[in-house]
Design a protein around this ligand. Structure first.
Ligand code: MG
Length: 306
């Protein structure tokens, strides 16, 4: 049994960005705005909304400026964190113009992954992030840091906990309020989660971190449970399991928010999320993508409803 069960857990919803970015079908802006609004209405207070990247790089996020304008009109961004990914100063400038209040910056523990993903070494990525954060702080923006490949890299295999520690320290120094640790390719296991937690505890408190688990090999909830036991109280997940895995065609990527919340609620842990409303939101967006969910909870919910 678990030694520790918190009374409350925070869930950071990444479906509209991390999820949709990896979906082939490009959705109309209005559908994405409706989806974000529905997620917030379901009780998700931290939602990754979009990414201020070049449209030719990620077409699904090409409408970030206009999308955020519409989102602002429907969602109270003073009460909800609508987080937008910002890769560089140009992205930040556009985000600020659009009225974004919360940004996310990202790097990885693997040199090779960073080179392929953002065309920068780890140190170069830190220089970029430092410049973005310095400017973001002048505008009073909230900064969330992401570290990818913490539990393994598609190119380098095992990655270094020392690098994770160094990057965490840098991100906090730059002003991040939180760091999200990603199992980018879904290879983590519960013992590894404990190792990560114990390493972090040598220098940090776990309430400054969120776990971003992928369910590619079916271990995401087991990893969450292990994380809860160590004292993590924040987890990233994607509505309906949106996203798939860019490193394994046809496989599952992000942990589905429904699966995470069902498990937490049935263990007596509060999240503030209405699971029925969330399931409605995911069903809505999946129908527009013309695809089935990878969430086991959502499939059961849909079959009961029909
Ligand atoms: Mg992800």
């Amino acid at each position: 049994m678990l030694n520790t069960i918190p009374s409350d857990v925070r869930v950071v919803e990444v479906g509209p960005r991390d999820g949709l970015q990896n979906e082939k079908t490009i959705l109309d802006q209005q559908l994405k705005v409706d989806f974000i609004h529905q997620l917030v209405e379901a009780g998700l207070k931290d939602v990754e909304a979009t990414s201020f990247v070049r449209a030719d790089k990620i077409p699904q996020m090409g409408d970030a400026v206009h999308l955020f304008d519409d989102v602002k009109a429907r969602v109270d961004i003073s009460k909800n964190k609508l987080i937008c990914l910002v890769p560089n100063l140009k992205g930040l400038e556009n985000a600020i113009q659009a009225g974004v209040r919360d940004i996310a910056v990202f790097t990885a523990t693997s040199e090779e992954f960073n080179k392929k993903n953002i065309n920068a070494t780890i140190d170069e990525s830190l220089e970029r992030i430092s410049a973005v954060c310095e400017e973001a702080k002048k505008h009073g923006l909230g900064i969330r840091g992401y570290i990818s490949t913490v539990f393994g890299c598609p190119y380098e295999g095992k990655t270094s906990l020392k690098t994770m520690m160094k990057l965490s320290e840098k991100l906090f120094d730059f002003g991040a309020y939180e760091v999200s640790l990603g199992d980018t390719i879904g290879v983590a296991n519960p013992v590894q989660v404990k190792d990560v937690a114990r390493e972090l505890l040598t220098n940090f408190s776990l309430d400054k971190f969120s776990l971003h688990m992928h369910d590619t090999r079916g271990t995401a909830l087991a990893n969450v449970l292990s994380g809860l036991d160590e004292g993590f109280t924040s987890f990233d997940s994607s509505a309906g399991g949106l996203g798939g895995c860019p490193y394994a065609a046809g496989a599952t990527g992000n942990l589905a928010t429904e699966d995470l919340i069902y498990m937490l609620h049935s263990m007596g842990i509060k999240t503030g999320v209405n699971l029925d409303k969330l399931s409605e939101a995911s069903t809505f967006i999946l129908s527009k993508l013309g695809r089935k969910s990878s969430s086991k909870y959502l499939l059961a919910w849909q079959s009961k409803r029909n």
